[in-house]
Design a protein around this ligand. Structure first.
Ligand SMILES: [Zn+2]
Length: 140
């Protein structure tokens, strides 16, 4: 499990750009607070190989899934907290709940720094949740 900004990063399949090549379905981890995106460490070598190869080949787009086995794709997300398959709002809700719990503790301890870190995290998480819910409404 990976953490960034104190919130657990979310596993997802994303499209990444390498020079002029768009690489689809790359296993990534992203932070819902600061939007940092990491290529999943289990497949980072494969990702580098594929992106170099596609770049040299002038391929405008490639699909990462064509390059690794289904088994690999399945294993990659086994140690992640969640995979972004439409239940992201549930994940965000639980991250907000966690942060609220911690905030109560921080207040009790009168730890002002921690408190403001948590408030910042809550603001980001709830903004992301709102945006997500607005998107969901539009598409349904
Ligand atoms: Zn972060």
């Amino acid at each position: 499990m990976s953490f960034c900004c104190g919130a657990s990063m979310i596993g997802a399949l994303g499209s990444l750009r390498h020079y002029k090549t768009q690489i689809h379905n790359v296993p990534i981890l992203y932070c819902p607070v600061c939007n940092r995106i990491d290529v999943h460490s289990d497949i980072s070598e494969e990702y580098e190989l594929l992106s170099e190869y596609a770049h040299e080949d002038f391929a405008p787009e490639v699909d990462f899934r064509d390059f690794v086995s289904n088994e690999t794709m399945k294993q990659v997300f086994e140690n992640c907290i969640s995979i972004d398959n439409g239940n992201i709002s549930a994940v965000l809700h639980s991250q907000i709940d966690n942060a609220l719990d911690l905030l109560a503790v921080a207040k009790q301890l009168e730890d002002r720094d921690w408190e403001s870190t948590l408030k910042h995290r809550l603001k980001k998480l709830s903004r992301r949740l709102k945006r997500l819910e607005a998107q969901t409404k539009r598409t349904h």
